[in-house]
Ligand binder design. Sequence first.
Ligand code: GSH
Length: 203
Amino acid sequence: MKLFYSNNSPYARKIRILIDEKKASIILEKVVLADKNCIIHKYNPLSKVPTLFVNDISIFDSPVIAEYVDHKSGPLYLIPGDFDKRMLLKRWEAIADGLCDAAVAIMLEKRRISSQQNADVFEKQMRKIKLSLTWLNEEMKDKEYYLENTFSYADIAVGSALGYVKLRYPEIDFKEEYLNLHRLYELLMQRPSFQMTAPEPYL
Ligand SMILES: N[C@@H](CCC(=O)N[C@@H](CS)C(=O)NCC(=O)O)C(=O)O
């Protein structure tokens, strides 16, 4: 079983953290998406990371991979089997992924030459980021972890998104504006799985 990932992908970081937390035996292979001949083209028609290759098939995208990894590497399940709890968790993952989508959209817009950049894109995506952070922050009120105050894949998904937003927007003062999320990230960063997958500023 092999996971293809790239260094600072927040979607891939979720899975790398999950793999480490579950002590799942999966080989990690780093790819560079910008390479024209990147091996990912062979494993995923969408050429995206993360991609999991197992039993001669490729599995994507990250929510699907997470289900697979958690299910196949029990018994400490980080995604609950109970339907209602699972829906709460999936909903959190959806916000976390949406947060990453907005942050990535701004980053891609910034990479365009300045005369082609669209101010509306920045404004629209930044609004999504701010509203999502406000929403998540409110949901973490009086809690240590999101789901039943117990560490789960919901915290991994949001923690990974927070790490990415912090990397790309260091000007956002989490302690001042989103204290509950600041506390959550500090707590998560005490875990080796989060420490060893922390995004690298120069990439
Ligand atoms: N919804 C996907 C998003 C994955 C994604 O967009 N990954 C980015 C890296 S952060 C990627 O592979 N981009 C390459 C591309 O879109 O060509 C998931 O959750 O796995």
